[in-house]
Structure formats: structure tokens, C-alpha cells
Ligand binder design. Structure first.
Ligand code: G1P
Length: 289
């Protein structure tokens, strides 16, 4: 029987150096796209896929994200007093079920694999999702929901994948592929950030995963990989052959918000989706092109 997916791990301990000075005193994941922080997009996407429990892997000075999903009693009381209904409504997505969000600290930045291992008590014996809030996907059906459907079909590990220009393989986890029906791809191998000449394909992993709990045992070896970090990709590679492992070509457009250009593009793309903003954004864009 396939276990229902209920848990998500959100690794958010990174220093956000690419966004300094903005990230000097605040978390990168709190940067807004239009009017909502990256972390909230990730949580809402997971909720839409039926996920109920969240574990944020945070680091020093990154408490704002946990605060963001708490009840802001004074703020809400003031808004009610002033009858600011729109502002109260805007807070809806920040409310969470009592006890549904927990956090652990990654005390030292040893890599994404190490961050996920830090959530091992939360994961326990359950399948779990990972969402990297830097990666945003604009789609009709939320990306995590597409992955959940693929998980129900395959009963095993599934990662969201997309083609990248061959010269960019050194930025991502890359697949060695087996059977490919155009949507689901059997994964025969995974390599983290290979140089273009060594890359087994140009199919890259984006920041959406559904993994079986056994990956934690592989991560626990703390083997160092690319960049001398404990890589999630290397831990996942060890599952291949033990368990089903597939890549899903999701429907949608992905924005790498860890990068300035990707982040700026996401602002425009997401603003154009908003009925209250689309017209005005369209109109001013014409002045720049
Ligand atoms: C991480 C993963 C990589 C994946 C990427 C997706 O890399 O290690 O396998 O392709 O996220 O965004 P990072 O962006 O942390 O360098």
C-alpha cells in the first residue's frame, strides 16, 4: 500500500549571499514576489497537494519564517479595530493548523543533503516532500500536486525535472535516464553539478522532490560530494536500484529565484497573473521595451 504524503521539509538555512545586501538581516526566503514571500508560495503549493506537516530547516538569524506562519495577535486586533478587511484577508495564507509547522536548525552549512538529514526525526518512517523555495513554478496545476500524482502512479521516489541548456549542467542535479514516455522518466543515475562534458543528459532536477525515508540512511554517511558538500543528489542516487525512482516532466514555467534575473522575471510573470495588477504592469512594461 502506498503511504499518503503528509510531510514536507523546507530547507531554508542558506545565507543568501547572492542577494546581499537585501539578505544581510533577513532571510532570502522572506523576499517577496509581488507581495508574498517565497516561503509562503512553497507552503501554499505543498498544502494544495494535501501536505499537512512542515519542517523548516533553518539557520542562525532566520527565525522570521517561523514567525510568518504564527498568529500575529496584535496586528490582527489592530486591523480589526480599524476594519481593514482587505489586510485581514491578505493574512489568510499565513495561518496554519496549530502544531503543523516545526523547525530544526542546521548548525553548520554542510550542504543540502546535510540539511535534509537534520530533519530526520520529523521524517521518521514516512515518505516526504522537499520544496526549495528558491524555485518557483507557475502552472495551472501546482507542481507538487503533479508530483504527488506521479508518486501515486509509481509508488516511489519522484523528482521534478526540466531540460536545461547543455552548458548549464554544472548548476544542477542531472539525470542519467532509462525508459522515457515523454512525461515520466526512469532514473538510472544522478550526478550533482557535472561539467557539460561529463553530463549524462541535460535533464535537471528542480527544487521539488518526493522521497522515501530510506534516503536519510544514505545521507547519514555524510559523504562529501560536489563543492565538498553533503549532497542530496548523492543520497538519492543510492536509492536507485533499491526503489522505484522517476523524474517527472512537470507542466509549468520554472523561475530560479536564487538568481537575480530569475527573481526579476518571476516578479513580472506572477504580477501578470494577478487580475488586480496585470493591466497596470502590462502598460508600464511597454515603456521599457
Ligand atoms: C540544488 C540541488 C540540485 C538541484 C537544484 C535545483 O542545488 O543540489 O541538484 O538541481 O537545487 O534548484 P543548489 O541550487 O542548492 O545549488
Amino acid at each position: 500500500m502506498i503511504k499518503k504524503l503528509r510531510k514536507a521539509v523546507l530547507p531554508v538555512a542558506g545565507m543568501g549571499t547572492r542577494f546581499l545586501p537585501a539578505t544581510k538581516a533577513t532571510a532570502k526566503e522572506m523576499l517577496p514576489v509581488v507581495d508574498k514571500p517565497l516561503i509562503q508560495y512553497a507552503v501554499e503549493e505543498a498544502r494544495a497537494a494535501g501536505i499537512e506537516q512542515f519542517c523548516m530547516v533553518t539557520g542562525r538569524g532566520k527565525t522570521a519564517m517561523v514567525e510568518h506562519f504564527d498568529v500575529a495577535f496584535e496586528l490582527e486586533a489592530t486591523l480589526r479595530e480599524r476594519d481593514k478587511q482587505d489586510a485581514i484577508a491578505a493574512l489568510a495564507g499565513t495561518r496554519s493548523e496549530p502544531g503543523s509547522i516545526t523547525s530544526v536548525r542546521q548548525q553548520v552549512p554542510l550542504g543540502l543533503g546535510h540539511a535534509i538529514w537534520c530533519a530526520r526525526a520529523f521524517v521518521a518512517d514516512d515518505p516526504f516532500a522537499i520544496l526549495l523555495p528558491d524555485d518557483m513554478v507557475l502552472s495551472d496545476k501546482p507542481c507538487m500536486q503533479q508530483l504527488t500524482e506521479a508518486y501515486r502512479e509509481t509508488g516511489g521516489n519522484v523528482v521534478a525535472i526540466t531540460e536545461v541548456p547543455p552548458e548549464q549542467t554544472n548548476r544542477y542535479g542531472i539525470l542519467r535516464t532509462g525508459k522515457d514516455d515523454g512525461r515520466l522518466v526512469e532514473v538510472l543515475g544522478l550526478v550533482e553539478k557535472p561539467a557539460p562534458k561529463d553530463a549524462p543528459s541535460n535533464l535537471s532536477i528542480i527544487g521539488r522532490y518526493i522521497l522515501m525515508p530510506e534516503v536519510i540512511n544514505h545521507l547519514a554517511r555524510m559523504d562529501r560530494g560536489a563543492g565538498n558538500e553533503v549532497q542530496l543528489t548523492d543520497g538519492m542516487a543510492r536509492l536507485i536500484g533499491e526503489q522505484p525512482f522517476h523524474g517527472l516532466r512537470y507542466q509549468g514555467r520554472r523561475f530560479d529565484c536564487g538568481d537575480k534575473i530569475g527573481f526579476l522575471e518571476a516578479q513580472i510573470a506572477f504580477a501578470l497573473q494577478r487580475p488586480d495588477l496585470a493591466g497596470a504592469v502590462h502598460a508600464f512594461l511597454k515603456n521599457y521595451v
